[in-house]
Design a protein around this ligand. Structure first.
Ligand code: PMP
Length: 394
């Protein structure tokens, strides 16, 4: 009999340790660069105005709590499909897009891996490192074979294009190849459009399937450009899996809202895939949660809410750009900040040892993940200079 006393000690989640230490730090000027949520210049992670208004509307108008369909909220699915690919986008027009609501980006990625495994028991996932740690966790949980390569040279502070290309060249038929959407986590360093296109060409030639993880659209080159990148990805691949999280770009983290698109080779294939996606989800979450999805559907389809959301999202991006410019001007003080104004989104990966990260926390009340990932959005107005000075001092 399997009993609890046979369970191994679990390895703790590094970020949760950082969050606990930050909370326990009594110093008023402490800085939290840990958990990956967007923060404004006061340090708050606010509910977006459009989301707040949409929630109010939803509470007024909802008439049931009965289960929704297995695929989720069809208005959400339609609105997200339109947002990401355009209603008249080629794959949509050709009826090749299967879609299912996922519980956040995490849940969507898990469904993607399960789908790939259903198609081929020995599924392999190519993953560039460093990456979001949950990519490793998801591969392990779904029992997908992981083949890793170096995405980023931390010491040099640049993308290792040769290693990425080598891994794509070695990809086999049906392998998954993970690509971050805009704003790579944890490095903020994104491939250029040309590099990405060339990678897709290799993957298509090899019969490998891109698994695209979009979690930060709108925070890179702006909403339209960031979505264009996803459309280009899909145009370049006969088949693709695209996970789109609503956690960051709609600030809906705890509402667990996201969607998985499977771009199929034909409309007939799409119908089969759609059925399998729903079957997979049935034992993971059964019918998905309603609130976040209904909120996003309202935000995207009510013109006033849509305009408000786009403008607030643009404001978040503008704050990150301004912060990055401010930090770039401090590279004389802290040379390891170089590249910060080329990188995108909320993160920067710093070449810091564990010891240096401990000293940042102990001596400078600056808390960050042991990996060296700094969530720059955690810098409040006036913190950038102090952060650079702390980096110089350790
Ligand atoms: N992918 C990446 C790269 C992320 O950084 C995140 C958020 N930390 C996600 C996916 C999805 O997160 P969630 O499950 O909270 O939507």
């Amino acid at each position: 009999m399997m009993m609890f006393d046979r369970l191994a000690e679990p390895s703790g989640d590094a970020l949760h340790g950082v969050m606990a230490r930050f909370r326990a730090d009594p110093r008023p000027n402490k800085i939290d660069l840990g958990v990956g949520v967007y923060r404004d210049e006061t340090g708050a992670s606010p509910v977006m105005a459009a989301v707040r208004d949409a929630e109010r509307l939803r509470i007024e108008h909802q008439d049931t709590k009965a289960y929704q369909a297995l695929a989720g909220d069809h208005l959400f699915i339609e609105a997200m499909t339109d947002l990401v690919f355009g209603v008249d986008g080629p794959a949509v027009r050709e009826g090749r897009v299967a879609a299912i609501q996922g519980t956040g980006g995490t849940g969507s990625l898990r469904i993607a891996l399960e789908l790939a495994k259903l198609a081929a028991a020995r599924t392999r996932l190519h993953l560039g490192l460093p990456s979001w740690p949950n990519h490793l966790g998801l591969a392990e949980a779904a029992e997908v074979e992981l083949l890793s390569h170096r995405y980023f040279d931390v010491e040099e502070g640049r993308i290792d294009l040769a290693a990425i290309e080598e891994s794509a060249d070695a990809a086999g038929e049906g392998d998954l190849f993970l690509l971050h959407g805009p704003c790579h986590n944890p490095t903020g360093a994104d491939l250029t459009t040309a590099q990405r296109a060339s990678l897709h060409a290799t993957l298509a030639e090899r019969g490998a399937v891109p698994l695209i993880d979009a979690a930060y659209y709108g925070l890179g080159d702006g909403l339209a450009a960031d979505l264009e990148l996803l459309r280009d990805d899909v145009a370049a691949s006969p088949r693709a899996l695209v996970s789109v999280a609503c956690s960051k770009s709609f600030g809906l983290y705890r509402e667990r809202t996201g969607i998985l698109f499977a771009i199929c080779a034909s409309a007939a294939e799409r119908d089969r895939v759609q059925g399998q996606l729903e079957r997979i989800s049935r034992t993971l979450v059964s019918m998905p949660p309603a609130h976040g999805a209904a909120t996003v559907a309202l935000v995207l389809t009510q013109p006033g809410l849509r305009a408000s959301w786009e403008s607030e999202l643009a404001g978040m991006r503008a704050r990150m750009l301004a912060l990055r410019a401010e930090l770039a001007a401090l590279t004389n003080t802290a040379p390891m900040l170089r590249g910060v104004d080329r990188e995108k989104g909320i993160f920067k990966l710093l070449p810091l040892s564990r010891d240096q990260i401990d000293r940042l926390a102990r001596d400078h009340a600056t808390h960050m993940a042991p990996s060296g990932r700094a969530n720059l959005a955690g810098l409040k107005a006036g913190d950038a200079e102090r952060f650079a000075a702390a980096l110089a001092a350790i």
